[in-house]
Design a protein around this ligand. Structure first.
Ligand SMILES: Cc1cc2nc3c(=O)[nH]c(=O)nc-3n(C[C@H](O)[C@H](O)[C@H](O)COP(=O)(O)OP(=O)(O)OC[C@H]3O[C@@H](n4cnc5c(N)ncnc54)[C@H](O)[C@@H]3O)c2cc1C
Ligand SMILES: *[C@@H]1O[C@H](CO)[C@@H](O)[C@H](O)[C@H]1NC(C)=O
Ligand SMILES: *[C@@H]1O[C@H](CO)[C@@H](O)[C@H](O)[C@H]1NC(C)=O
Ligand SMILES: *[C@@H]1O[C@H](CO)[C@@H](O)[C@H](O)[C@H]1NC(C)=O
Ligand SMILES: *[C@@H]1O[C@H](CO)[C@@H](O)[C@H](O)[C@H]1NC(C)=O
Length: 619
């Protein structure tokens, strides 16, 4: 009997031409027609992305057969390929002068891990302990509780010795895993820019700056970090290469593509999930239902997971009623609590035209093995400014409802009050990554706000619920986010004023050194980017009475046989790019799921959607 379902995508058509070997094996596993499917599976996973592929692979007990097929998706080159992204733009953002933001997410097998910047970081102990605090008593999502799954999520390879010596790259061997069974890799390119050395030295001298071995042990400061890079080929290591391509011999695993899941189907009790309904992208009239004997797992990502829940009648009652969707489970937090990182870029030039002398490092390696920054400062507010206590106290004193959407449900407001209490502690902690300052070898650069307190929404469009979800960052709606961005820019100014740089005459070109106060705030409104492509929290893991959507085991409140496993469950931003945290979440939840399967019975389905809001240019 066939067991699991595998799904692929229109994307496969795009990737096949660059397969290192002929795609014969691959073709066998790419299902595109609904009649290739079984009627039922043990698990149905909606979304073959970062989390979905990880859970599917970890659930299967059959031994893996390894092929040496490599998909050349590497070195960040998919970053701008419209063929494997959605085409969604946010609603106008009033506090950004009504600018809109393109919502960057992957639409392919591998999901956003196929197009991301490959930065492989985790965030700090303080931040995961805050997740646990928001989860209620006895939560296991503390730093110590999640660390084993971070270790399992990525197989770490240290940098080449000559690079480690030349650039002072250190790492914490006890914090990384090297599990042979893990094929998602964290490793270093074989090149670093020697111009990073004077930058490193200047940042290391900033007041109160810590220099841990690296960030993997949950401490912050100035450190080097790896990329999600195959250590042998220097190609992208992502959910597809790590959790799918090498498992193609499994006959209990089906992955089908070109299908869009519309909704979860319930037994007549309206709360027990029995399957999903989906349709073909090529023929939307071809609607099919498939049964899940054990569970439906939604892994459609932070933007689409709330849409599937809301279309299934799980969400805020007023919204569902306005859209004409019968309410199965009233869950006001679905689509609320939305957070993302934010950034902008501060322009500088060197007075002498070139900046500090470039250290002479022999045998530098190949710059094209670099996918994203490997060096940065991750810093807490107390490290950035002596005003941190005032800022924390001002934030703590806010009325929790004041900056939420009008008419926010009382449970969502209560959850925000709790968030506010926990977040004020984060603002006072040196070990919160409030800001990320990636070092780039040049003057100026980007400053990133890693903890955002303006909570947005991602809801269905009530006039057309199956169209693209309506993304509203509600950027800068809470004035604390503006205050913090001002501090970030001031920090850039202090750093560029380092005595190390003085001989080379750094000059701020944008917004310009004289721009402060209201003028600086006006410039921020005009340049602020409310995403670093790390959306979270639209199905937050919190108690129901605090506006949560899933419980500690990621089961949807008020339902049975229904879980969410993806970035949307994160209740609060980690001070880290979110891919490694998503892998961790998927690894952690796989343990109880696996225990729920008998020896051979791993059966699952993955649907990958590439429909409606998929960019047409790709076809
Ligand atoms: C441009 C960009 C750069 C980034 N850079 C970094 C970085 O450098 N480092 C880092 O750590 N993180 C980075 N991230 C973030 C990281 O990649 C994501 O947080 C993570 O991959 C999200 O995983 P996920 O499983 O939640 O969702 P995804 O991986 O996006 O998976 C969701 C899947 O569900 C599918 N789906 C959606 N709706 C349906 C439906 N109705 N039916 C069927 N299937 C559906 C989607 O097509 C997709 O395949 C970046 C993200 C982007 C977009
Ligand atoms: C938490 O654990 C303690 C001690 O094991 C137990 O007494 C208590 O009931 C638990 N609380 C919850 C909410 O589970
Ligand atoms: C490495 O560290 C040493 C001592 O801490 C310092 O003198 C040197 O400049 C550093 N080198 C680089 C490349 O950062
Ligand atoms: C909602 O859908 C309607 C109909 O397709 C469209 O005109 C409108 O722009 C959408 N609204 C938003 C906020 O995207
Ligand atoms: C994305 O959508 C916009 C607005 O609907 C449209 O103008 C644009 O052509 C689309 N882009 C692609 C690549 O399809």
């Amino acid at each position: 009997m066939r067991h699991t379902l595998a799904y692929l995508s229109g994307l496969s058509a795009l990737l096949l031409p660059v397969l290192a070997r002929p795609a014969a094996l691959g073709e066998a596993r790419i299902l595109e027609r609904q009649d290739q499917l079984d009627d039922e599976y043990d698990y149905i996973i909606v979304g073959a992305g970062t989390a979905g592929l990880t859970v599917a692979n970890r659930l299967l007990l059959t031994p893996r057969t390894v092929s040496d097929e490599v998909i050349e998706a590497g070195n960040g080159r998919n970053f701008n390929d419209p063929g494997i992204q959605y085409n969604i733009t946010s609603v106008p953002q009033p506090d950004m002068n009504n600018r809109r933001q393109f919502v960057w997410i992957g639409c392919c097998v591998g999901g956003s891990s196929a197009i991301n910047g490959m930065v492989a970081v985790r965030g700090t102990r303080t931040e995961y302990d805050a997740w646990a605090e928001l989860g209620g008593p006895n939560s296991t999502w503390t730093w110590d509780g999640v660390l084993p799954y971070f270790k399992r999520a990525m197989h770490f390879t240290p940098p080449e010795e000559r690079l480690a010596e030349a650039f002072n790259i250190t790492w914490d061997p006890n914090a990384w895993g090297q599990d042979e069974d893990t094929k998602v890799y964290a490793s270093f390119p074989n090149y670093q820019n020697p111009r990073l050395i004077p930058m490193y030295n200047a940042m290391a001298k900033m007041p109160r700056m810590d220099i841990p071995l690296d960030g993997a042990g949950g401490e912050n400061g100035l450190y080097w970090y790896p990329s999600s890079l195959d250590p042998d080929t220097y190609r992208r290591s992502y959910a597809r290469t790590g959790h799918y391509d090498e498992q193609i011999q499994r006959d209990n695993y089906h992955l089908i593509t070109r299908q869009k899941v519309r909704k979860v189907l319930f037994e007549c009790d309206e709360t027990t999930a029995w399957g999903v309904e989906f349709f073909s992208r090529d023929d939307p009239e071809e609607v099919v239902s498939v049964r899940a004997r054990k569970e439906v797992i939604i892994s459609a990502g932070t933007v689409h997971t709330p849409q599937i829940l809301q279309l299934s009648g799980i969400g805020p009652r007023p919204l569902l009623e306005e859209a004409g969707i019968p309410v199965n489970v009233e869950l006001p937090g679905v689509g609320q609590n939305f957070q993302d990182h934010a950034y902008l870029s501060v322009g500088y030039t060197w007075g002498n035209g070139v900046g500090p002398p470039v250290p002479d490092i022999p045998q530098l390696g190949n710059p094209s093995s670099v996918s994203g920054p490997n060096l940065g400062a991750w810093i807490g507010l107390p490290t950035m400014t002596e005003d941190f206590e005032d800022m924390a106290a001002r934030y703590e004193a806010q009325d929790p409802a004041q900056y939420l959407p009008e008419g926010a449900d009382p449970t969502v407001v209560a959850g925000y009050a709790e968030f506010q209490r926990v977040h004020a502690k984060l603002l006072r902690s040196k070990n919160t990554n409030l800001m990320w300052f990636p070092l780039n070898g040049g003057a100026g650069g980007i400053v990133m706000s890693m903890h955002i307190v303006s909570h947005g929404t991602i809801n269905i469009n009530v006039t057309d619920p199956e169209a693209s979800p309506v993304v509203d960052y509600r950027a800068l709606s809470n004035p604390t986010d503006m205050d913090i961005m001002v501090e970030n820019i001031e920090y850039m100014r202090k750093y560029m004023a380092s005595p190390d740089f003085a001989p080379y005459g750094p000059r701020e070109t944008n917004p310009g050194a004289g721009v402060t106060g209201e003028a600086l705030r006006a410039w921020i409104r005009q340049t602020y980017i409310p995403t670093n492509f790390h959306p979270i929290a639209t199905a937050a893991k919190k108690p129901k009475e605090l506006g949560g959507v899933v419980d500690e085991e990621l089961r949807v409140h008020g339902t049975s046989k229904l879980r969410v496993v993806d970035g949307s469950i994160m209740p609060l931003l980690p001070g880290a790019n979110t891919q490694q945290p998503v892998y961790m979440v998927a690894e952690k939840v796989s343990i109880p799921l696996r225990a729920n399967l008998d020896k051979k019975g791993a059966i699952l389905t993955l649907y990958l959607h590439q429909a409606v809001d998929f960019i047409k240019a790709a076809q």
